[in-house]
Design a protein around this ligand. Structure first.
Ligand code: NAD
Length: 329
C-alpha cells in the first residue's frame, strides 16, 4: 500500500484530495493546523501540526512514499493583498521545511501546489486576456507577496530534483471552487463570496461587487482539480503545469449566473475601493492536454449550481433560530 502525506488536509482542496486518495486504496496521513471544518476527514491518520516548524515537518514526512504539499496561509484577493509579510513568512517556512524534510526522510515524490498568481501582471491587463501558457511565467512579475513565494518554491522544486534527485511535480491552479470551501470570514474567493451574498439576499436585492465587475477569470471545479493533481503526480512531467479551465467569465457574468441558479433578481453595487486583482486571467490548457491526455470536464454552470446549493444550505443553517448569521458581505 502506497503511503502518502497530504499537507493542508484540513483545508478545501486537501480535504477533497484525502477522500479521493483513500478511495483509490492509498494510506493517507493528513496534516494541518486544524481539522476539516465541514466534514470529517477520511485520512487513516490525521496530525494537527504547525508545519512552519522544522521538527513537525520531519515528523509529518516520516515513513511516507509521496507528499502532496498543499498547506499554505492563503485566501482570496482581499486577504492576500493585505497580509503579504505574514503570507511570505509562513509559506516560506512551511514549504522549505517540508521539501527538505521530505528529502531527509527519503520521500520518493513531492507535488507542490503553485498558482496562476505566479503569472506576470503585464500579461493580464485586459479582460479580454490571452490564455496563459506555462512558458509565460518569465520574465517574472508575479502577484506581489503570495505569487513571488509560489514562484520561488517552483524553482526550489526544480533545484531539488536536479541536485538531490527528489522527484517533484508542480501544479498551477486556476481558481478552484466547489462545496466544502471557505465561504465567509475574509479568506473566501470570488465564487464562494458571490454564492454567499446571493444566498443571503432577498428575492429582489442588490449585492456588493468588488471593482467594476468587468475583470475576468476562469474557474475549475474541485472534482476536476483532485483528478488533475492525481494524474500529474503519476506522470513523468517535471515542469510546472496549469490546472484550470479555459471557460472565461467576468465577475458580472458570474453574479448573473449565480442569480439565475438561485432564481433571484440581483442588482450590483460596485465598490471600486476594494481589491480586484489582475484585469483578466485565463488558462491555456494545451500543455495539460498533451501531458495528461485529459482536461477538466465540469462546466462552470454545473459546478456553480452544486456550489451554490451547498453554500445556501450552510447559510440557511447559520441563519436558523439558534443564532443570527453575522458574516459581513
Ligand atoms: P485552504 O486555505 O483551504 O487550505 C490550506 C490549509 O493549509 C488550511 O487548512 C490551513 O489551516 C493549512 N495551513 C496553513 N498554515 C499551516 C501551518 N503552519 N501548518 C499546517 N497547516 C497549515 O486552501 P486551498 O484552497 O485548499 O489551497 C490548497 C493549496 O493550493 C494552497 O497551497 C494554495 O496556495 C494553493 N492554491 C489554491 C487555489 C484555489 O483556488 N483554491 C489557487 C491557487 C493555488
Amino acid at each position: 500500500m502506497t503511503r502518502v502525506l497530504v499537507t493542508g488536509a484540513g483545508g478545501f482542496i486537501g480535504h477533497h484530495l484525502v477522500s479521493y486518495l483513500v478511495q483509490r486504496g492509498y494510506w493517507v496521513r493528513g496534516v494541518d493546523l486544524k481539522l476539516p471544518e465541514f466534514a470529517p476527514t477520511d485520512a487513516q491518520e490525521f496530525l494537527q501540526l504547525d508545519l512552519r516548524s522544522w521538527e513537525n515537518c520531519l515528523a509529518a514526512t516520516a515513513g511516507v512514499d509521496q507528499v502532496y504539499a498543499l498547506a499554505a496561509n492563503m485566501g482570496g484577493i482581499g486577504f492576500i493583498e493585505t497580509n503579504k509579510a505574514v503570507i511570505v513568512r509562513d509559506n516560506t517556512l512551511i514549504n522549505m521545511h517540508t521539501i527538505e524534510a521530505a528529502r531527509q526522510n527519503g520521500v520518493g515524490r513531492l507535488l507542490y501546489t503553485s498558482s496562476a498568481c505566479i503569472y506576470p501582471g503585464y500579461r493580464q491587463n485586459s479582460p479580454d486576456v490571452t490564455p496563459l501558457r506555462e512558458s509565460d511565467a518569465y520574465p517574472a512579475d508575479p502577484e506581489d507577496g503570495y505569487g513571488w513565494e509560489k514562484l520561488y518554491m517552483e524553482r526550489t522544486c526544480r533545484h531539488y530534483t536536479e541536485d538531490f534527485g527528489l522527484e517533484t511535480r508542480v501544479v498551477r491552479f486556476h481558481n478552484i471552487y466547489g462545496p466544502l470551501g471557505t465561504y465567509d470570514g475574509g479568506r473566501e474567493k470570488s465564487p464562494a463570496a458571490i454564492c454567499r451574498k446571493v444566498a443571503m439576499a432577498e428575492p429582489e436585492d442588490t449585492i456588493e461587487v468588488w471593482g467594476d465587475g468587468e475583470q475576468t477569470r476562469s474557474y475549475c471545479y474541485i472534482d476536476d482539480c483532485v483528478e488533475g493533481i492525481y494524474r500529474l503526480m503519476r506522470s513523468e512531467h517535471r515542469e510546472p503545469l496549469n490546472l484550470g479551465t479555459d471557460e472565461l467569465i467576468s465577475i458580472n457574468g458570474l453574479v448573473d449566473m449565480v442569480a439565475t441558479i438561485a432564481g433571484k433578481r440581483i442588482s450590483k453595487q460596485y465598490d471600486l475601493t476594494k481589491p480586484q486583482g489582475v484585469r483578466g486571467r485565463n488558462s491555456d490548457n494545451t500543455e495539460l492536454r498533451r501531458v495528461l491526455g485529459w482536461e477538466p470536464s465540469v462546466v462552470l454552470g454545473e459546478g456553480m449550481a452544486r456550489t451554490y446549493e451547498w453554500i445556501e444550505a450552510q447559510v440557511q443553517t447559520a441563519c436558523s433560530p439558534t443564532g443570527a448569521y453575522s458574516a459581513s458581505a
